[in-house]
Design a protein around this ligand. Structure first.
Ligand code: UDP
Ligand code: XDX
Length: 306
């Protein structure tokens, strides 16, 4: 591992986060905290994720927002019932038509949320730990130089996996980790670069460009490194993370978006946004070509001001 990555790993990795909510409230001071859950058709899980955070709402957490990404199921109903404020992607930055993608709703959430610190938690988590939000806020509240905190965890591939499953994080292990090791070796100590649970300062997030698709996590990680160095990044061990796992064809399209962000951050661009996969029809295999959304939103502060 790169020497700087090794030093960083030792200094900025919390393997056993032990902040209590009282500790965090004392550290919080006058700062405000928003928790944002991006959600696209997550009616089955969003309620439990909201309920795992709701006990902190009104004390440590000032805002608990589900950013709806154009759901067509009962996501809004389930999130509202569980106690979250639901904001539609078209309810903010109304002069720009929404684009499809997770990064789009995270970008728009900065216009809906008001917190000095923002915590992002996926809405498809299964058996979400109530320690996610406190654990992520610990380094951010205690160390002023920290601008981005990433969660890491054991990631079973299937929800039914035994207590030793490790098959999850397929795009992380097959694309993100190799690419970071090759192009940004200083970031080789980040255990879960694509993890969907992370916390950051608004001041960082407002200055960052947001890939509108799944490139958002690796894009923000690279931007944080470039803006603040490794000292601006921390990570915390938050146990086990189970979520709805997508199939390989969906992860292929996700990977194409992540690859675009990697190429762009590395100073090059792809030749085409069309992406061909193959499907079996009877005994034959036929191409299925799609246009993958590769747009990047400018820093939100350039669109709605600071
Ligand atoms: O266009 C999108 C795609 C995803 N998501 C949300 O982003 C989170 C992570 O997405 P997904 O579960 O698809 O990624 P995975 O965890 O499978 O890699 C989930 O809460 C999704 O509902 C979203 O809000 N809009
Ligand atoms: O980490 C990964 O490899 C992917 C896929 O995870 P699984 O193989 O389905 O456990 O999941 C992450 O990647 C997305 C892109 O960054 C994030 O948006 C998701 O929140 C995260 O779960």
């Amino acid at each position: 591992m790169h020497a700087d990555a090794l030093v960083w790993f030792d200094r900025k990795t919390w393997q056993h986060p032990s902040w209590t909510v009282d500790d965090l409230l004392a550290l919080k001071g006058s700062r405000t905290i928003s928790v944002v859950l991006p959600a696209l058709n997550e009616e089955k899980t969003v309620g439990d994720v909201v309920r795992s955070i709701a006990p902190l709402h009104g004390t440590l957490v000032d805002e608990l927002i589900v950013m709806d990404s154009g759901s067509t199921d009962a996501t809004t109903r389930e999130a509202t019932r569980a106690g979250a404020q639901v904001v539609g992607r078209g309810d903010v930055v109304t002069h720009l038509a929404p684009l499809p993608g997770k990064g789009e709703v995270l970008w728009r959430s900065l216009a809906a949320a008001t917190g000095d610190l923002v915590v992002f938690i996926d809405s498809d988590l299964v058996e979400p730990s109530p320690e996610l939000v406190p654990g992520l806020l610990g380094p951010l509240l205690e160390h002023r130089e920290v601008q981005l905190v990433k969660a890491f965890y054991r990631r079973p591939l299937r929800i039914s996996d035994s207590d030793t499953g490790h098959g999850g994080g397929r795009v992380t292990e097959l694309l993100a980790r190799p690419a970071l090791g090759a192009l940004w070796p200083e970031l080789a100590g980040v255990v879960q670069p694509l993890g969907g649970e992370y916390a950051a300062t608004r001041s960082f997030l407002e200055k960052a460009a947001f890939p509108v698709g799944y490139g958002v996590e690796i894009g923000l990680l690279i931007d944080a490194f470039r803006s603040y160095g490794l000292d601006g990044i921390a990570q915390v061990n938050l146990g086990v993370r189970k979520h709805r796992n997508r199939d390989l064809s969906e992860l292929g399209r996700m990977s194409r978006q992540i690859l675009e962000t990697i190429l762009e951050k590395a100073g090059t661009r792809s030749q085409s946004g069309s992406f061909t996969q193959f499907v079996q029809v009877a005994e034959e295999w036929v191409p299925n070509t799609v246009d993958v959304e590769l747009a990047v939103r400018p820093p939100i502060r350039e669109v709605i001001g600071a």
